[in-house]
Ligand binder design. Sequence first.
Ligand SMILES: [Zn+2]
Length: 478
Amino acid sequence: MVRVRFAPSPTGLLHLGGVRTALYNLLFARANQGATILRLEDTDQDRYVSGSIEKLEQSLKWLKLNFEEGPTVGGIYGPYVQSERLTHYRDAASSLLHSGAAYRCFCSKERLSSLRSQGVGYDGHCRGLSQREGEERGKQGVHHTIRLKVPTAGDTVIQDIVYGEVTVQHSAVEDQVLLKSDGYPTYHLANVVDDHLMEITHVLRGEEWLLSTAKHLLLYSAMEWEPPRFVHLPLLLSSSGGKLSKRNKAAFVETYQERGFLPEAVLNFVALLGWSPPTTELLTLDDMIQLFSLKDLNKKGSMVDENKLLWLNKQHFKRKLENREELVALVDQLQQCVKSCYAGILGDGDFKLSKGYLEKVLLLLEDRVSLVPAIPKEASFFWVDPNYSTTDLSTHSANADTVTLLMESLGSCDSFTKPHLDGVMREVASGSGVAYSKIMQFTRTIITGTKKSPGLTAVMELLGQKTVLRRINNFRTN
Ligand SMILES: [Zn+2]
């Protein structure tokens, strides 16, 4: 049975690269009736950021990425938090010492940092200590780490499902620390031990781990364990082409959640960063599970392009409007956003805050919306009268007579509905001698304060006769 894991470190917010790793693991497992495991790799005490576990779980929940086993849901392979599994790593390290595949290193921090400052890796200084000598000094409590004894000759060949055969010369691999002097494992030891004990069959992770896989394979071999299959995923690039830095806010899921992106759109977007689906690009999680295959993963780095995300958001938004339950949820969200945007301007009982009104607004904006929280400002005319002093009136050719005719025609209109208003607007055009398109253009500016809006007569119907006449009058007396 396929078993995969997503193993983030609680070092801050959830990175888009992390979401992609989580998603691909989940898609691969679901497509193969396998199991997904969430494991927290929290053994790097220096990098631990408090509160990040909660934030991570919250982000995964928002994206609806659910794992069958993990710290919160439990499972028979637990515990799923590495700091609660230290004995497993220490046992593995002892066994490696015992077999001679690892050795104790007593080098001081100063010595190691001096090597680093010279630009060289660890020089194997303690490799020559006999097992007995090492054991004795260890027993005396001398500070030490445990290092992997990487063969000095030969190479390790990694069979990667995305990158193919990758050969790593042992001469280029330093003797990796496996267990630190504080008794905590490094990533390399902990992830190998856990992947083995948790019976992980496929490791899908970022490309930055590709070359380290050689060390991991040496560990599997030293422990006489069967290694999993490896699938490395290409780098994510920022829109300027470089690696998507952790200092870039665009790198984190929380940023998109705060800005009002839909979780479905974020997942869809992330899915396409390294995977070419065989059909359309617009996909729900269920679609992705149906279509996902490792053979369609790319080697090339993928650029995080926000315009693509906005486009996907628009498409998922439209889909949601067609589903009653989803529409109700969007109306609720919009109501909160409008209330906070126009607090003090719109009273609690205002019709323009009612769910019925807001639903019509959303349906009118169907093709225009990307982010719900942006609607109150971007389509402010649904709630407040335009401010003509800040409106661009440059395209206006309307003279006072035309505006008067418009005012009178709309004022005497006894059925303020779209079909009827369509007729009225045509009559105003023929009565004034101004082209219909021009009449519509300046009426739009008067009513909405913008040059672009959903269908004007539909907007007028929704705003109502009183509001429309007030705005024309405001414009006239402006
Ligand atoms: Zn040493």
